[in-house]
Design a protein around this ligand. Structure first.
Ligand SMILES: Cc1cc2nc3c(=O)[nH]c(=O)nc-3n(C[C@H](O)[C@H](O)[C@H](O)COP(=O)(O)OP(=O)(O)OC[C@H]3O[C@@H](n4cnc5c(N)ncnc54)[C@H](O)[C@@H]3O)c2cc1C
Length: 340
């Protein structure tokens, strides 16, 4: 199939890898350029729930559904919402029909795509904007053994605790660890001054910020491992559109970076990769103009991602407001009533 066409993919994230895999399945040989030296050169982040219409659709299109089934954690769909006294205000064991959202670790998902491939190894954009929220990532390795009381509190899935604009969101990972994000509403200036010289000073800083929380939840901070990573949360403006140009396009975070508050970014990146791959393959087979095809794909990507970007921006504002617990509760009650 069109051996003269060269396709370069910049970035081997979930979006780029899904695209590369779909192209290879159809006989094309894209070259993937990646900054990192290997798929394990850094901590790959936490667990992702795969949504039916995007992440799951992409995994099927990329022909790795069977492999995905081997690493998926159905129990990871468990969800608990608590207040700052650790009282449960909502819980769900997950996994209902269209709301079926099996969890898999990001690193394992990337590996499934890499294993399926024969691997060889600039853009125009608006500037992403700092959302006003930072998340400090902490971990508890081998939680059942090392921290049974924290393991019990978190359970097998997600455990979100919200109070007065603050959030302690924990999730069980496939290696038995617990990963927790502690939110901070701080200015870019404050974030740049957030230089934790060592783990004890980072814990003290977070404990001071979360001083009016129940001791069981403060223990999540107090007893965390020494690997403590502050991250600023950025998003592209909503809507984010650009004039289509021949020979180049954007997918995933490069096209529609959004905060994690809707849990959609990785799912959309994979959808983009799968759909762009299929569109390119069809264009090459049928001789369609490639620029027309990428411009049409960009419109579909925009239509798919816009409502999720709006939801993510809305959730960030409401979940981190004084009434965040109520907002989060009504969000999950709405989802659960849509999928009884
Ligand atoms: C704390 C947090 C929690 C999240 N939770 C969820 C969730 O639960 N569910 C969900 O769906 N999404 C979640 N997301 C969002 C998700 O992580 C991203 O949307 C997703 O990873 C985007 O995939 P991508 O392939 O577009 O980009 P990335 O995964 O960022 O991959 C881009 C790749 O490009 C490489 N690269 C960058 N620049 C260059 C260059 N110049 N040359 C070569 N390579 C380059 C990078 O090294 C990287 O490997 C979360 C995000 C955060 C921060």
């Amino acid at each position: 199939m069109s051996p003269s066409l060269s396709i370069a993919i910049i970035g081997a994230g979930l979006g780029g890898l899904t695209l590369a895999r779909v192209l290879q399945m159809h006989g094309l040989q894209p070259v993937v350029y990646e900054l990192e030296s290997s798929a394990t050169s850094r901590n790959q982040g936490g667990t992702l729930d795969m949504h039916v219409e995007s992440g799951q659709h992409a995994l099927r299109t990329a022909g790795v559904w069977t492999e995905f089934q081997k690493l998926v954690r159905l129990q990871g769909q468990e969800f608990k919402l608590r207040d700052n006294h650790a009282n449960v205000v909502y819980e769900d064991d997950g996994g209902k029909g269209a709301n079926d959202r099996p969890e898999a670790d990001r690193g394992s998902l990337k590996q499934v795509l890499l294993d399926a491939m024969d691997v060889s190894a600039s853009s125009r954009r608006a500037k992403p904007v700092y959302s006003g929220i930072a998340m400090v990532e902490i971990r508890h390795a081998n939680a059942d053994l090392n921290h049974p009381e924290i393991a019990e509190l978190v359970g097998q899935g997600n455990n979100f605790c919200l109070h007065n604009g603050q959030c302690i969101a924990s999730q069980r990972n496939g290696d038995g660890s617990i990963r927790t994000y502690i939110t901070l509403r701080i200015s870019p200036q404050e974030f740049s001054e957030l230089k934790f010289p060592d783990a004890p000073s980072a814990r003290s800083y977070l404990l001071a910020k979360y001083s009016d929380w129940d001791e069981r939840l403060r223990d999540v901070i107090r007893k965390c491992d020494d690997e403590i990573t502050p991250r600023e949360i950025y998003a592209l403006p909503v809507p984010h559109v650009w004039e289509s140009k021949p020979g180049v396009t954007l997918i995933g975070d490069a096209a529609h970076l959004m905060s994690p508050f809707a849990g959609e970014g990785a799912n959309l990146a994979m959808w983009d990769g799968a759909e762009l791959g299929l569109a390119l393959v069809d264009a090459i087979k049928t001789g369609k103009d490639l620029h027309t095809v990428t411009a049409e794909f960009e419109k579909r990507m925009y239509a798919m991602s816009l409502p999720k970007a709006e939801e993510s921006a809305h959730n960030l504002t409401t979940f981190t407001s004084e009434n965040g617990l109520e907002a989060c509760l009504s969000f999950f009650l709405k989802i659960s009533s849509q999928n009884p």
